[in-house]
Structures are given as structure tokens and as C-alpha cells.
Design a protein around this ligand. Sequence first.
Ligand code: NAD
Ligand code: ZN
Length: 439
Amino acid sequence: MSSTTGQIIRCKAAVAWEAGKPLVIEEVDVAPPQAMEVRLKILFTSLCHTDVYFWEAKGQTPLFPRIFGHEAGGIVESVGEGVTDLKPGDHVLPVFTGECKECRHCKSEESNMCDLLRINTDRGVMLNDGKSRFSINGQPIYHFVGTSTFSEYTVIHVGCVAKINPAAPLDKVCILSCGISTGLGATLNVAKPKKGSSVAIFGLGAVGLAVSFPCLLYLLAFIDAAANVKYVLFCLRVFKDQAAEGARIAGAARIIGVDLNPKRFNEAKKFGVTEFVNPKDHDKPVHEVIAEMTGGGVDRSVECTGSVIAMNSAFECVHDVRSLALLSVLIKLALQISESLTLGNFQGWGVAVLVGVPNKDDAFTTHPINILNERTLKGTFFGNYKPRSDLPSVVEKYMNKELELEKFITHEVSFSEINKAFEYMLQGDGLRCIIRMDA
Ligand code: NAD
Ligand code: ZN
């Protein structure tokens, strides 16, 4: 038992006093964990765009003063009553959405939307007593998504903490606690592209580029029916060295990246994105541009922007029946193929997956015919991974060299320079910035 168990810990935290104003490093008191809570020492944290939206509070409910941060890695300092799964010294990743393991969602294989601990961006207190564990001279400071990792110590519900391999370097795997797992899971668990698929990715930040990574894996893996691990690893090596070449090897398969920021395109090439569309370069909606580029639409699209305009385009750029039926007729006419011959499966099969966090008042609208035409619209938090059950194995993918995290980490700053991480993200500069709590 550590000497701080059961005691208030005074430590440094980056406090957001007002919307959009630089964070201030303050001395905060962190109360001990209560029933089913754990107190963590955070070693590394990083910045995800979700922190920035709620800090800016432009389209979101303002709740201040608040300690943001949800992508992080740390060590358990002490545990509250009833916690049996974790003990001091365990290496962990906190997650913004939890897994109580008891509710019908946790018991279903098909959901990670825990009834008790699913993401709640407007709650700033702990569930147990409706109060904050952070204070400055007795003034409570609100939590953010149950994690508040921009603090040297934080208190989290045990259901939002995944225990991981202690050998995993926390300065790398911390980015798996939100963005990268979300992008990976959005592809592997939700979009599930098939052999030779075409995929459009809206938003080429860390989340979007984590989407592109398994897309390429899929495409490469499917070239060879054997698709064994060695082969995939070989392809990954090829991909690492020459991403465009890797995509070329994948044959007709295409990964189309869509972003408003042209700076993103160079970075995205390293992740296997082969074609780029900047909506600003076109005088028609981007889904029409993609439909033209692909002869009717892509097989899958994944939206990682948070913009409702992009969400609409992501949905409307996937295959529908009408355009493919038309394409089928045109091809048959051009090649003078008999009507009795089939040209593949010309029914609508496009699947669009929404990942970006929208503004509070956004509404998604589309004409019902877009759905009748057999497009599918899905959405996901945390890539449908169950945080406690699934995240440890995602960490193992990194440990087994099946997943590269280093290329997502483009900046590193000390805790005292945390506002620089916000500047990088606001300028669309780089992907993930690691914030070292000890520096
Ligand atoms: P990021 O800022 O690094 O990347 C977003 C990219 O989208 C930027 O490059 C930006 O230029 C681009 N973009 C913005 N509007 C666009 C538009 N209309 N068309 C095309 N491109 C556009 O952000 P990130 O950290 O990668 O996060 C991406 C999104 O995913 C955010 O909305 C974030 O809140 C969300 N998110 C969701 C989950 C989840 O579980 N669903 C988890 C993590 C992040
Ligand atoms: Zn996040």
C-alpha cells in the first residue's frame, strides 16, 4: 500500500477556467477513490479533437472550470472499496466510455454502449456521489468524460480503466486509449471492408489515418487467399517502406482521403491513402466527386471529421442501387454482353460509418430514398471495442508489431507546455502530440 492511500493528493493539473482560454497549470487536491473507483498516476497523455471541442465549447455544453484529457496511460496508485480487478502498480489505459460487465449492453456481443458508463460529455462529476474528486481551495473542478487525464493524478470509475501488459511502453500505447483504437475498430469491427474494396475516409487526422491502416491491411491480406500472418507482416513491411507501392500491390483497391486541409495529404500517403479530394477544390458536393471517380460510389466510407456536412457526404458517397444498375446497363451495352450475364453483385452494398463527434444541435438529414437504395449508415464510439475486455489485445497487436503507433506521434511536449498541443491541433499540424507529465 502506498503512503498516499486514503489521503488527498496535492498535484499539478492543467485547468480550463474558461472556454477557449489557455489551460492553467494549478495545484489541485485529488480526493481518494470511493467505491468502485481507482486513483491513477498519469504518466503520458495526448490530445484528441474531442477535448478541443468541449474546451472551445462552441457547439457543446460549456462546463467550467474543468480538467480535460481522455487519451492517456498511467499506473494505479490506489483503489476504492469493492475494486478487485485492479491493484496499485497495475499499468492501465483510461477510456472515455466504460464497461460495467453487468448490463445488457456489456453482456451483448454486439454493443459497447454500457448502460452505466457509456460516454457522457455533459457530466462533470463522479457517479458514486455526484461530486468531483478535484478541488482548488475547496472549489470543485469538473471532470471530463470520467477520465480528466490532464492531471498528475485522477480518479476514474474502475469500469473505464483497462489493465494492460506492463511491458507496453505507455508513451506509445497511450494513444490507443481513444483515437487510434477508434479508427482501427471503426474499420475492423464496423465498416469491415471486403477483398479489393474501395474506401473513402473523411478527415485525415489520427482517427482517420487509423482507419486507413487496417484498410490497407485488409486489402493486402486479401491479395493472397492464404492471408497468413507472415504474409501480412511481409506486406506491412512493404507498406512501411513504400505505402503507395503497397496500395498498388493491392490491385484495383482504392483508399480515397478527403480533407479540407491540404497539409494532411502528404502525411496520409505514409498511411496508404492513394487518392485525395479536397472539397474546396470542387464546385459540387464531394459525394458527387467521389461517385464520378469511382463509377457510382465507394464500398465503404468512414467519417472522422465531426462536420455534419462531411457526415452527409460520407453517407451519400457509398454505392447505391441506382447508380450501379445504371453502370451495369452501360457496361453491358458497351461490351454488348447478354442481359443474362451478371456483372457481379449489382445491389446496393455501401456502408458508411460515422465516427466524428457532432455539435450538440447538429441534425443529420438525407432523403429516405438514399436508404431505400440499400445504403447502410452506422456509427460507433471507440470503434465498438469493449474497453476492458478488448483494449488489452489491441495493445498486444502493437507489442507483436502488427500495429505501428510511432507514425501517429508527430509531437511531444512537457506538461508545462500543454497549450502548445492545443495550438498544433487547431492549426491542423501533425497527428498526435504526447504530453509528458513528468517534464
Ligand atoms: P483531427 O482534428 O486531428 O482530424 C480531423 C480532420 O478532419 C482534420 O484534418 C480536418 O481538416 C478534417 N475536416 C474537418 N472538417 C472537414 C470537412 N468538412 N471535410 C473534410 N475534412 C474535414 O481530429 P481527430 O483527433 O483525428 O478526431 C477526428 C474526429 O473523431 C473528431 O470529431 C473527434 O471528436 C472524433 N472522435 C470520435 C471518437 C468516437 O469514439 N466516435 C473517438 C475519438 C475521436
Ligand atoms: Zn478521443
